[in-house]
Unconditional design. Structure first.
Length: 365
């Protein structure tokens, strides 16, 4: 009787304690399961063709940085895409290293995201050739960027320029992402990728995940400071049209002071005020102030005050990025460690998809 009482008195707290620890273990496993289940994969790339513009930063890279905690992110430097236009080998080499360092400085975290150089991963070119054979001539003919670049570089209308959307599709489909952050002008390429993936799946069965475009609400398209009807571009012949991430503070202020507005003097957002709206979008991205707050802040003030404020906000935001960039670019061994480690991970990850594709087509493995 006494023995039973002692056993029961020991058993009850032990059972409670065991239940407590089991509850912790189960809760942790459930939470881990939820995290794994809820996190979607997001993928995007950028060409390392010279320094990164403010438009690149606000339209894509700043969003990438913010999305790293929400998604499993895969980012890459699309150096294979750059050679559709003739490149100086020394410049391509330097631009690629600088772009890698600059993206790290902007906040791409190699501990959170996979960040590699495209040409280091052989599966991209392999799958691109295969997708060439599942993409129709008419589809490629309708790509607006092919038409634009053909007019811009009439002396070098090469086959790679025509078929590069297939490489872009391979870049995406290899990693089975859920979302593709992209500017509105790039949505056509995501649609082509989806069409090619659906076509392949209809022939060989479920192989590629069909990705969705992810378009940020603000800062998705930053326009030229000299002509707000055109996208900001580093290739613009007007040196005051484009701000780059590595511009000096003085140059940035000068460029914004010369920015095109209109004959009015009211700071307001609207389709009839493209220059002012462009500056408001930049200021919104830099300060997180709403358009309504910006309008109130500059009510009764002229464009001169507004342009100065936008320029100063850009300088303040870019200063820490420039400092980190100088640290990274002067530590080549660290950069090499990062991109070589990422290449191995990307190769292993992408080979899973490529092997599945090769087997389904019927290649001897």
């Amino acid at each position: 009787m006494v023995g039973n009482i002692i056993n029961e008195s020991l058993a009850r707290p032990f059972a409670c304690l065991l239940g407590f620890f089991c509850g912790i273990i189960i809760t942790i496993k459930l939470k881990e399961g939820c995290i794994m289940k809820e996190k979607k994969t997001l993928l995007s790339g950028i060409q390392p063709s010279g320094t990164i513009t403010l438009g690149n930063y606000l339209g894509a890279i700043k969003n990438w940085v913010e999305l790293q905690d929400t998604y499993d992110c895969i980012f890459f430097l699309a150096d294979l895409h750059t050679i559709t236009v003739r490149q100086n080998p020394k410049n391509l080499f330097e631009n690629t290293l600088q772009a890698y360092a600059l993206l790290l400085a902007c906040g791409i975290d190699v501990e959170k995201s996979l960040f590699f150089i495209q040409s280091h991963v052989t599966t991209h070119a392999q799958l691109a050739w295969i997708l060439n054979c599942y993409t129709q001539f008419g589809e490629l003919s309708r790509m607006t960027q092919f038409k634009d670049k053909s007019q811009k570089y009439p002396e070098n209308i090469n086959a790679g320029l025509f078929t590069y959307p297939c490489l872009m599709a391979a870049d995406i489909l290899l990693y089975q992402p859920d979302l593709i952050p992209t500017g509105k002008d790039q949505k056509q390429h995501v649609e082509l990728t989806r069409n090619v993936a659906e076509r392949f799946n209809s022939v060989y069965g479920e192989t590629f995940k069909i990705p969705e475009p992810y378009i940020g609400e603000s800062g998705s398209k930053i326009m030229s400071l000299a002509d707000p009807t055109k996208k900001m571009s580093k290739s613009d012949s007007n040196k005051f049209a484009c701000v780059t991430i590595l511009d000096s503070a003085d140059d940035i202020i000068k460029k914004f002071k010369r920015a095109i507005t209109d004959s009015d003097s009211k700071v307001a957002f609207g389709k009839d005020k493209p220059g002012v709206s462009n500056l408001m979008t930049i200021y919104n991205c830099m300060t997180k102030k709403s358009f309504e707050q910006i309008e109130k802040e500059f009510d009764g003030k002229g464009y001169g005050d507004f342009k100065k404020a936008v320029g100063e906000a850009v300088v303040d935001n870019l200063a820490p990025i420039q400092k980190k960039y100088n640290e990274y670019i002067n530590d080549k061994s660290y950069l090499e460690k990062c991109y070589k480690s990422a290449a191995v991970k990307a190769q292993n990850l992408s080979e899973v998809t490529l092997e599945d594709v090769l087997e389904k087509i019927g290649f001897v493995r």
